[in-house]
Structure formats: structure tokens, C-alpha cells
Design a protein around this ligand. Structure first.
Ligand SMILES: Nc1ncnc2c1ncn2[C@@H]1O[C@H](COP(=O)(O)OP(=O)(O)OP(=O)(O)O)[C@@H](O)[C@H]1O
Ligand SMILES: [Mg+2]
Length: 236
């Protein structure tokens, strides 16, 4: 790891246990077809900080989440989560790191159709590290105590999204990555879901990065960045 003073904005001590991305580039393809999905992206997210990323379609927002969570390997640059190097060689090691440190929430909720809400959470205890978090309690925390036995098709879009968030929190991640959580939701539900993310971020000291098109919900976030053509800049 480079010396602490090179960490962007140098809020380094704390950030060592959140997300630190430094000078990250991601090129997809080669020759004339090369796409610079990420260009010299640096980003620090501290534990308990809720970051939003906005920007046009195709600007590299999902690519940033993929690289931050170790789903994609950057062409150059460093990515540290909870002080661990996410660009480490070896797919197995990266998968293990991801399971230990990272939670993903996708637009659709990505739930398994045949499983009840409670079983979606219980399944995580088979993969992730043991955190002692109880599926029933966590579902109650996200307001779904009464619906633990429902399958995804018996839940509303907002409820499915909340199950997805609870599931991502089961393993006690240091980093929570959320891609367009409100795309399919109305205004009221959007606020509820983003409020929930903000609360969990603070209560469990998670570093959270949410990609969104929804400028309405940015008031719940601590810091807002904009991605344009693979370049990330802070807007507020
Ligand atoms: N597998 C791939 N092969 C080639 N190009 C890709 C691939 N994945 C993404 N890209 C390109 O990388 C760039 C960034 O894509 P990315 O999905 O990160 O954008 P985004 O900001 O999330 O867009 P959206 O808001 O539409 O979801 C785009 O130009 C996209 O076409
Ligand atoms: Mg995207």
C-alpha cells in the first residue's frame, strides 16, 4: 500500500476500514474498439458514509461498482476494502474477499423466486462469514417482520428491494454497493428504500455507494459524485 498521504482527500485513518480507490482505470476491449469505462477514478468512502453516484447512461457507474466490489479487475490502480486489496491475483481469493467484505444490491432485488424472504437471508449464512445476524430480526429491522414467509412474487417492488438490502447486510459487509435501487419504484417507496439504506449505513458503520438516476433521493446521502465519460468528480 502507498503512504497514507496519497489517499485522496487524506481522510485516511478511518477510510482504511471503508473503500479506497486510487487512480483506477478500466479499459474494456482493445485496439480501435477499446472503451475507457473508468479514467483515473479516485474515491474514498469511510465507514458510515453514504455516497451517491449520478451520471448519464454508459458513463461507467456500474463499472465502478464492479471494480470496487472485486467483480471486475481494473487495468491499473488500487482498490482496497477494509484494508484488503480487491485486485489481488486469483479468482478464488477475490471471491472469498468479496464474500467477506462486500454486499451487493441490484436493481431488480435479484431474489430467488422459490425462496421465502427469510430463506433468502438464511441462505447467506451458508456462503458468507458468520456474523450472528438473525434473518428474522433483520427482516423486522427493514419493516418486513410480517412478510418473512412470502416469496418474491408475493411482495411489492419496494418490499423486494428491502429484502435485497437485508440479504446484503446478513454477512456484515464493510462495503455495500447498490445499483439503481429505486428505478422501479414510485416516489414514496423510493424515499423509504433510500432512507433505509441511510439508516443501515449509519447504524452498522457500512461504507455505502449507491448509483442512482433519481435526484429526488440525494438528500439522504452524505456525499454526491458525478460520473461523466468514466471520470468521477465530487458535486456536493
Ligand atoms: N462487457 C462490456 N463490453 C464492452 N463494453 C462494455 C461492457 N460493459 C460495459 N461496457 C461499456 O462501458 C461503458 C460504461 O458502462 P457502464 O455499464 O458502467 O455504464 P453505466 O453508467 O452504469 O450506464 P447505465 O446508467 O446505463 O447503467 C459503456 O460505454 C458501456 O457500453
Ligand atoms: Mg449501470
Amino acid at each position: 500500500m502507498k503512504p497514507a498521504e496519497t489517499v485522496p482527500e487524506a481522510r485516511s485513518e478511518q477510510a482504511a476500514s471503508g473503500l479506497v480507490m486510487r487512480d483506477v482505470n478500466l479499459q474494456i476491449g482493445d485496439g480501435e474498439d477499446v472503451v475507457h469505462a473508468l479514467s483515473d477514478v479516485s474515491l474514498v468512502v469511510e465507514p458510515g458514509e453514504f455516497v451517491a453516484i449520478v451520471g448519464p447512461s454508459g458513463s461507467g457507474k456500474s463499472s465502478l461498482l464492479a471494480v470496487a466490489g472485486g467483480l471486475a479487475t481494473p487495468t491499473s490502480g488500487t482498490v482496497m476494502v477494509a484494508g484488503r486489496d480487491m485486485t489481488v491475483a486469483g479468482k478464488k481469493t477475490r471471491t472469498a474477499l468479496r464474500r467477506e467484505c462486500v454486499g451487493f444490491v441490484f436493481q431488480s432485488g435479484n431474489l430467488i423466486p422459490a425462496l421465502t424472504a427469510e430463506d433468502q437471508l438464511r441462505l447467506m449464512t451458508k456462503f458468507g462469514k458468520k456474523t450472528g445476524r438473525d434473518p428474522k430480526k433483520l427482516l423486522a429491522e427493514v419493516g418486513l417482520a410480517e412478510k418473512a414467509n412470502r416469496r418474491p412474487h408475493q411482495l411489492s417492488g419496494g418490499e423486494r428491494q428491502r429484502v435485497g438490502i437485508a440479504r446484503a447486510l446478513m454477512t456484515g459487509p464493510s462495503l455495500l454497493l447498490v445499483d439503481e435501487p429505486t428505478a422501479a419504484l414510485d416516489r414514496q417507496r423510493s424515499h423509504e428504500v433510500v432512507e433505509l439504506l441511510a439508516r443501515e449505513t449509519k447504524e452498522h458503520k457500512v461504507a455505502t455507494v449507491m448509483v442512482t438516476h433519481d435526484h429526488d433521493v440525494l438528500s439522504h446521502c452524505d456525499t454526491v459524485y458525478e460520473m461523466v465519460d468514466g471520470k468521477l468528480t465530487r458535486v456536493e
